[in-house]
Design a protein around this ligand. Structure first.
Ligand code: TRP
Length: 360
């Protein structure tokens, strides 16, 4: 075709994704009620402030704007990179608690799980017929997850979960998918599947829409040691922590010896990360916060960051404490979400069977 290098291909497709993201953001501003958002998480436990400032808060924003909102608790995806699901019910409960505490409203947002929606899973079969092995093997996110899991052999679900994820998005005709950059290959794969389905099985009818990734503008929050924030590294601030636990964790955060506080992510990642957290929590610019602290050192920065963060999270944590008292309610919300998802998935699968002539 053309003589672009893989790197250039990658960049142009990233630029195209960015352009689509900006365009969908415009549509959200103009006509939110016509859009359907779908995104989700693997249930591996409670969420931390990286999840909250990175994605969760944005979902609540879209919901509040009037976008129809669907959130999948991707339980089958847990076993892509590990052998056992662990305490899956406990993980799902924690996730539901964080979702509702952060402001997802079950009246307006449908929260559901893979395992309870058979028709969604069945969509994977015709979708698998629309992709090729090399296409799946090229997916950079799957490759790096395989590497991170420390495995040599690729599991069948690991290889194919992007197709399953396409079913997550397409069963409900989602058109906005708020995700981080790592999920772009999956959204791209979903677009390809939608297009091929329409061409091959739906005789050119635009039955499945091609969804756009909504790329978050919020900065990445690092762990308190400067590494990637992750529970297993013990460097997080969890949403479920108390204010005192939060202050204690931030007091132990890694910084540097320069008492003059400046926002310089490249040369001072740890100090800048605390400034980013303080900025996200207060809605102020990190540079302005740095200037205010001046030469009063990392101790002052930590106290201020903990204060701003605790203040911002206080209402969320109060709701969280209430929700924790009532796990029955949380699972009722999930069952109602599953019922809604099933109704929509059944309808989509019926249409898919019709397109394929499989009506007996
Ligand atoms: N793969 C996503 C993650 O690990 C979770 C996910 C599952 C998802 N299904 C989805 C995200 C559909 C967006 C749309 O974070």
């Amino acid at each position: 075709m053309t003589d672009t290098t893989p790197d250039e291909t990658h960049r142009t497709s990233y630029d195209a994704a960015l352009a689509r993201s900006a365009k969908i953001e415009e549509r959200i501003a103009q006509d939110p009620a016509r859009l359907r958002m779908l995104t989700g998480d693997r249930p591996t436990g409670a969420l931390h402030i990286g999840h909250y400032f990175g994605t969760l808060r944005n979902r609540v924003r879209l919901q509040d704007r009037g976008v129809e909102t669907w959130v999948i608790v991707a339980d089958y995806q847990v076993i892509t990179d590990r052998d056992v699901v662990g305490d899956i019910r406990g993980s799902v409960r924690e996730l539901l608690t964080d979702y509702l505490a952060a402001g997802l409203d079950p009246e307006r947002t449908t929260i559901f799980t893979h395992s309870a929606v058979p028709a969604l899973n069945q969509l994977m079969l015709p979708f698998l017929a629309l992709v090729t092995q090399p296409e799946l093997e090229r997916n950079p996110t799957v490759k790096s997850e395989l590497h991170a899991a420390g495995r040599s052999a690729m599991g069948g679900l690991m290889l194919n979960y992007p197709v399953h994820q396409a079913a997550d998005i397409l069963f409900c005709h989602g058109d906005v998918v708020p995700v981080g950059k790592d999920q772009l290959p999956h959204v791209e794969q979903t677009r390809v599947i939608a297009r091929r389905f329409n061409e091959r099985f739906a005789h050119g009818e635009r039955f499945f829409r091609e969804p756009a990734a909504l790329l978050s503008e919020s900065p990445t929050i690092l762990g308190l040691d400067g590494d990637k924030m992750s529970k297993s590294r013990n460097n997080t601030v969890m949403l479920r922590m108390t204010a005192d636990e939060t202050s204690a964790a931030i007091r132990k955060a890694k910084t540097d010896g320069d008492r003059q506080i400046t926002f310089d992510p490249e040369h001072r990642p740890e100090v800048s990360n605390l400034l980013t957290i303080a900025a996200q929590a207060s809605g102020r610019a990190p540079e302005a916060i740095a200037e205010e602290i001046g030469d009063r050192g990392a101790g002052t920065l930590k106290v201020l960051t903990a204060e701003l963060l605790n203040e911002h999270l206080a209402p969320l944590r109060a709701r969280r404490a209430e929700l924790e008292q009532d796990p029955g309610y949380l699972f009722t919300v999930l069952r109602e979400g599953n019922a809604r998802a099933n109704a929509v998935a059944d309808e989509t699968l019926d249409r898919v069977r019709e397109f394929m002539g499989m009506v007996y």
